[in-house]
Design a protein around this ligand. Structure first.
Ligand code: FAD
Length: 389
């Protein structure tokens, strides 16, 4: 059966489009991915030594306020409630994150009320003497003062971005709330949960449809691939791979940050007592340690072994590096504008997802963006076509 729609990339964006095209429009959809598994970065598998579910591309915690996305995804997986609560190791002492009343009181060895803590931080912040706070460092100091900034943000963010924090935009910080309560849930969303049977089962369930065919290990941009860009213009394509690669880097390469992971198995049932501990100090080379057993406390994992993953952050500058976070520097934004003009001109190709649009997207955002592409662009286009078997 020849496909009526080709989806490049079996991540959450691609799988949502494929499922919608098959169900709403009855299309035969071919999904290609150059990796050997579904799900893009939202993929997990059992650690071979302990059986503990490990997220291959870094810890993924599902959260959303979007009712449509939540209802939609519940068709494919059950979820168990899970709220990610942060901790930070600063000079050998553990503090709760995001910065909240407990962090502030522990840091200042105090028992301040919310109002007293606000006043204390206002006083610290008032010592900021610079101009408008347009960069990360100035913004942080003008919000919480220098002591908390230097303890919890400076070292960590320097390790994350390997750049002068006065060159990072202020928005990088505004994503992290400061709370004057003892709530240290990382996200505020109404729904915070993990797929009950793991990410792999969730992704397989999305692809499990008689009109969806998945072929793994196929690189759409390779001239020797069984299905490749030679089909462009003849079959509608939704492309969720890197936009610069699609155009042969014609406008220059977009820059990304990547992560290196160091997995260790320990002879104990609990290494750190929580899913994630950040390491705030610049002298410690890793940014955080993830202990995956804590993501599913309801599971029957071994009592005498546990698995942890240390994360190290760096620029993606070696061939084969996975692109994780867009750097979004001034030159990247200029290149992206030029790529957008090329995307507009590409016949019968819709670009989407985090790589296809050069945008960090949480999982719920990838699903919402895919539904919106269907509603606003693909469905109207497909309705104008006569679709036959
Ligand atoms: P991807 O998942 O990247 O999928 C794109 C797919 O396209 C890939 O499988 C790739 O192999 C394939 N592809 C690319 N080029 C080609 C080609 N030429 N031919 C064939 N296939 C190709 N979100 C959350 O909601 N909560 C979290 O806690 C969270 N944590 C994250 C942690 C990290 C370290 C990272 C990097 C992301 C995290 N995310 C999280 C975001 C989440 O992973 C993404 O939103 C989601 O995976 C985006 O889906 P996507 O389909 O757009 O892209």
């Amino acid at each position: 059966m020849s496909p009526q729609l080709i989806v490049v990339g079996a991540g959450l964006f691609g799988l949502t489009v494929a499922r919608e095209a098959a169900e709403r429009h009855g299309l035969h959809v071919l999904v290609l991915d150059r990796r050997s598994h579904l799900g893009g970065n939202a993929w997990s598998e059992a650690d071979p030594e302990t059986g503990i579910e490990v997220h291959r591309y870094g810890p993924h915690f599902f959260h959303t306020n979007n009712e449509r996305v939540w209802t939609y995804l519940n068709r494919f997986t059950a979820f168990t409630p899970f709220s990610y609560r942060g901790q930070s190791n600063h000079r050998g002492e553990i503090f709760p994150l995001p910065v909240n009343l407990a962090t502030i009181n522990q840091f200042y060895r105090a028992a301040m009320s919310p109002d007293e803590a606000r006043a204390r931080l206002r006083e610290e912040a008032s010592m900021y003497q610079g101009g408008p706070a347009t960069n990360f460092e100035d913004k942080a100091i003008s919000l919480i003062g220098r002591p908390l900034y230097e303890a919890f943000f400076k070292g960590y963010t320097t390790k994350q971005w390997q750049t002068d924090l006065r060159l990072l935009p202020a928005e990088t910080l505004t994503r992290l709330p400061i709370r004057y309560t003892y709530d240290n849930r990382w996200f505020n969303d109404k729904y915070q949960a993990q797929p009950a049977d793991g990410y792999a089962a969730w992704m397989r369930s999305m692809a499990d449809h008689p009109r969806i065919e998945v072929r793994l290990g196929v690189d759409f941009l390779s001239p020797t691939a069984e299905v490749n860009r030679g089909v462009v213009g003849r079959v509608p394509v939704v492309y969720t791979g890197p936009v610069d690669e699609y155009f042969g880097d014609a406008e220059g390469r977009l820059s990304w940050r990547t992560l290196d992971f160091h997995t260790e198995v320990h002879p104990t049932g609990d290494f750190q007592g929580t899913a994630i501990v950040n390491y705030a100090d610049v002298e410690v080379p890793w940014t955080r340690i993830v202990e995956y057993r804590h993501v599913h406390p309801e599971r029957d994992y071994p009592a005498d072994r546990t698995v942890t993953v240390k994360e190290f952050s760096r620029f993606a500058d070696t061939p084969g590096d996975e692109p994780y976070y867009p750097v979004n520097a001034v030159e990247d934004r200029a290149r992206l504008t030029r790529y957008r003009a090329r995307m507009e001109a590409e016949p019968l190709v819709w670009f989407g997802g985090r790589l296809g649009t050069y945008q960090y997207l949480d999982m719920h955002m990838a699903v919402a963006a895919a539904l919106s592409l269907m509603d606003n662009k693909l469905s109207p286009y497909l309705q104008t076509q006569t679709v036959g078997d």
